[in-house]
Design a protein around this ligand. Structure first.
Ligand SMILES: [Zn+2]
Length: 423
């Protein structure tokens, strides 16, 4: 931590290395929140550590959500907006999080990084040019056998260290700060159990992003279509003139997907349709399709397209009826965040004060913030310095963690400086 802060009692790197060793992997298709009991281990530890950091108002919910409030110390603090910070304790079900053994590559000199316990796992400069910016930094990787869990223990560690820094530096003025550590983010359901009212913030940031300086106020608008093809089953021996095999209609429909509108052919701001799983059966076949676009008009157009293609297939296959059922998953949070421009401005200013160059790119996915924003808690996403989430090549660095922490400390100061007008 650079001047003008007195350093935290425990460095953000040491804190991070402690948290990643705790297995908190979540699991799909469970009926409880949290989906796995092991997430309690870190949540309970955080409750204890928050108390040790002098935070008196710490609560742990039945759904493994940690809430804490740090009182304002700025003059007139009660009139300042309450700013929240949110990170998730769970790690992705995609790669094992058991027995994480982090490796610190001190004073990185450039070149590819071979992970010690599995030499086939290599972080190459060619595929990760960001390594060129990390010369002289301490890079933190796994040993090659698990994920690292930087997503999102970087968010957890930097928020905790921000609290530590504020405690060591009582001269840093801030309004009321709300902190939330959530479960089951990676399986997309935990946030439904997050109590926005109890959290008590006017605005919040998820600290769950990537490259240093990247702040995001845009996610997909997302829907899912289930297209069902109704045919007619019959014994194959006596099927002539009777059977209507819906599988052919399904195949026809999928073949009509525009090839330039798929995940494998699009990037940047261009949305897609994505048939991703289905059931094929004579009597009834169905396919599930993801629809993604940054604009609601674009999403509407994709939904119309899927319905038009259904009519075309229906016409081509006499006797088959096709139904299209569309559900909303989440909406682009920018629809709301555009009315709160100070959230991005202040985050950009905080990053600049930490010596970073802030920038924004739309997220080709959703965040917990996209749901919270539409539940009345406007919530952009801030970087953590981490890379290659959900893989054995996941990494972060000392500077990544320190600069993220520094940005959070600047951010609470900026909201206090800008006063009530920051609301
Ligand atoms: Zn995450």
């Amino acid at each position: 931590m650079s001047a003008p802060f007195t350093p935290p009692a425990e460095s953000v790197v040491d804190r991070f290395l402690r948290y990643v060793r705790i297995d908190t992997q979540s699991q799909e298709d469970q009926t409880t929140t949290p989906s796995t009991a092991k997430q309690w281990t870190l949540a309970k530890l955080l409750v204890e550590e928050l108390k040790q950091l002098g935070v008196s108002d710490v609560r742990l919910s039945d759904y493994c959500m940690v809430y804490a409030t740090i009182p304002a110390n700025a003059p007139g603090g009660a009139s300042l907006p309450v700013i929240g910070f949110i990170a998730h304790v769970d790690t992705s079900p995609a790669v094992s999080g058991a027995g994480v053994s982090p490796v610190v590559h001190r004073n990185y000199r450039g070149g590819d990084i071979v992970l010690p316990e599995d030499p086939t796992q290599v972080i190459t400069v060619a595929q990760h040019p960001v390594l060129n910016d990390l010369i002289g930094d301490d890079i933190i990787t796994t040993d090659g056998t698990t994920l690292l869990g930087s997503d999102d223990k970087s968010g957890v560690a930097t928020i905790m260290t921000m609290i530590d820094v504020l405690r060591q530096n009582p001269h840093i003025e801030h309004g009321t700060i709300a902190v939330g550590f959530t479960a089951d983010e990676e399986i997309g359901v935990g946030i439904d159990k997050f109590d926005v009212k109890a959290f008590g913030a006017d605005f919040a940031y998820t600290v769950d992003g990537g490259t240093l300086g990247e702040v995001s106020d845009e996610t997909w608008s997302a829907r899912m279509a289930t297209v069902t093809f109704h045919g007619k089953s019959a014994h194959p021996g006596t099927a002539k003139g009777v059977m209507v095999n819906s599988i052919y209609a399904l195949a026809d429909y999928v073949s009509r997907m525009p090839k330039d509108m798929l995940p494998e052919t699009t990037e940047g701001r261009v949305g897609f349709v994505h048939p991703y799983s289905g059931v094929a059966d004579v009597q009834e076949s169905s396919i599930r399709i993801l629809l993604r676009d940054f604009e609601l008009t674009g999403l509407d157009a994709k939904e119309r397209l899927l319905r038009d293609l259904a009519s075309a297939t229906e016409q081509a296959f006499g006797g088959v009826t096709v139904t299209v059922d569309v559900k909303e998953n989440y909406k682009n949070m920018r629809e709301v965040l555009k009315d709160h421009p100070q959230l991005m401005e202040n985050a950009f200013e905080a990053a600049r004060r930490a010596g970073l160059e802030p920038f924004t790119t739309p997220i080709r996915g959703g965040t917990d913030g996209s749901k919270l924003t539409f539940r009345g808690l406007p919530c952009p996403n801030i970087f953590t310095g981490g890379h290659e989430f959900h893989s054995k090549l996941e990494f972060n660095s000392r500077r990544g963690l320190e600069k993220t922490t520094e940005t959070l400390v600047h951010l609470v100061q900026i909201f206090a400086e800008r006063g009530e007008g920051a609301r």
